[in-house]
Design a binder for this molecule. Structure first.
Ligand SMILES: Cc1cc2nc3c(=O)[nH]c(=O)nc-3n(C[C@H](O)[C@H](O)[C@H](O)COP(=O)(O)OP(=O)(O)OC[C@H]3O[C@@H](n4cnc5c(N)ncnc54)[C@H](O)[C@@H]3O)c2cc1C
Length: 385
């Protein structure tokens, strides 16, 4: 949660958690699939423990290459894609904040907005009873955002009937054929199996499949679902007979502590992302784009706010931010469909052969190529006071 304080002209981050030893959390790795200029400076530091790559290959059961999907790429876009554990990235970002003297206050759980007026800004309260006043309150508090509740008290996230089931195993366990490229998605009419290297030397791989899940009509079902690690192992080990041997090797031993279940929830499309003073934004469902889109949200907002004194209306600037970002989010929802077509069984009701969803080629220039600074500067120039 970010708070741009009026009285010290600075930004303060409030985080509900106290600092926790990341090693105890087994955080899933993140794919940063995009030449993200905002994170580039932090993420490309030499010491950062990440795995760089540029392409994911789609292969059929006979190992034929059927398609190639670019994840950034230094030659085409100036930056490679990377896979990185989230705690590594978070530590790096916190260090970058420290270097810029932006304080992070841990153990501060946002509770509610007390007052919000165009003239005096926003006053908000924490769960410990303290309050703060600021010009702009940014809710970067995740998919179940409490800040968003100020704008949409009754909004519920929606489960889309699908989950990503993944596990981490050693690359050695797979006994991959020599020169077999990973990351790879091996497609079949019964669904796809994905393998992606991680750690700086690629010694570890993430393996995974997508699962259709019917949500029971009972609150908290998703917590139980996520906690059922044995169910995840059984799903990963089921229906692998038609895949190459190395897939069966991959699932032959799975440590329950290295399993992740990710039920896909979405935030319904929001009419507005900001009040006069209190922005809130939607988080798209992601097939590897979640964190990139979070960065884009915040980067473009920062570019606009950095020039707020030049524009005639902050409200118009926030509308532009929402419209521009929503347009990209909508395109990502379409891209997700294209990925799901390749991952799900051909009998799938939502994206399968009888669903009406048409399979298209990947053209990712719109995703990787935009010049955010120019886009924002052009808008600001057209809307100068
Ligand atoms: C299993 C799994 C795998 C994923 N894999 C990928 C991937 O490979 N690639 C990818 O791009 N994305 C992936 N994602 C999605 C990605 O994690 C999210 O898109 C991203 O974390 C969103 O960032 P955020 O900052 O909006 O929210 P979060 O990362 O959820 O951060 C929100 C922060 O706000 C804090 N907070 C919450 N409530 C309050 C409050 N009331 N007061 C103060 N602080 C509060 C939380 O403690 C947290 O630190 C994955 C998600 C899951 C669950």
């Amino acid at each position: 949660m970010r708070n741009k304080k009026s009285h010290c002209n600075g930004t303060v981050l409030h985080e509900q958690r106290t600092k926790i030893d990341p090693q105890t959390q087994c955080p899933p790795p993140l794919k940063l699939d995009e030449p993200q200029r905002p994170i580039n400076q932090a993420a490309m530091e030499e010491h950062l423990v990440r795995y760089n790559f540029t392409t994911l290959e789609y292969r059929d059961l006979d190992r034929n290459l059927t398609e190639t999907y670019a994840f950034g790429g230094n030659d085409a876009y100036g930056y490679d894609g990377l896979r990185i554990y989230r705690y590594v990235l978070i530590d790096e970002l916190v260090a970058a904040l420290k270097a810029k003297n932006v304080p992070v206050q841990y153990g501060k759980r946002f509770s509610h907005v007390v007052k919000d007026t165009p003239e005096n800004g926003v006053t908000f309260a924490f769960a410990d009873g303290t309050t703060e006043s600021t010009t702009i309150l940014v809710g970067a508090d995740g998919i179940h955002s409490t800040v968003r509740r100020y704008l949409y008290p009754d909004l519920e996230t929606k489960f889309i009937g699908m989950a990503g089931i993944t596990a981490t195993v050693s690359r050695e366990q797979l006994k991959l054929p020599p020169n077999y490229h990973i990351p790879v998605t091996i497609t079949s009419s019964q669904g796809a199996f994905g393998i992606a290297p991680q750690q700086v030397d690629g010694s570890e791989v993430l393996i995974g499949k997508q699962q259709r899940v019917a949500a029971p009509d009972q609150p908290g079902w998703d917590r139980e679902f996520v906690a059922d690690k044995q169910g995840a192992i059984e799903f990963l080990q089921s229906d692998t007979g038609h895949f190459p041997d190395f897939v069966q090797n991959a699932v032959s031993y799975i440590d329950p502590n290295k399993v992740n279940k990710w039920p896909f929830f979405v935030v319904p499309k929001l009419e507005k992302w900001a009040s006069e003073n209190t922005p809130a934004h939607a988080i798209p469902p992601s097939a590897g784009q979640g964190i990139n889109q979070a960065f884009e949200d915040v980067y473009i907002l920062a570019l606009l706010l950095g020039q707020a004194n030049r524009v005639s209306s902050l409200r118009d600037a926030l509308s532009f931010w929402q419209t521009y970002r929503q347009d990209r989010v909508d395109k990502i929802l379409e891209l997700n469909k294209q990925i799901d077509i390749r991952r799900m069984p051909s009998s799938d009701n939502v994206v399968g052969v009888d669903s009406g969803v048409v399979r298209g080629d990947f053209d990712l220039r719109w995703l990787y190529n935009p010049d955010f600074k120019k886009i924002v500067n052009d808008w600001v120039s057209e809307h100068e006071k």
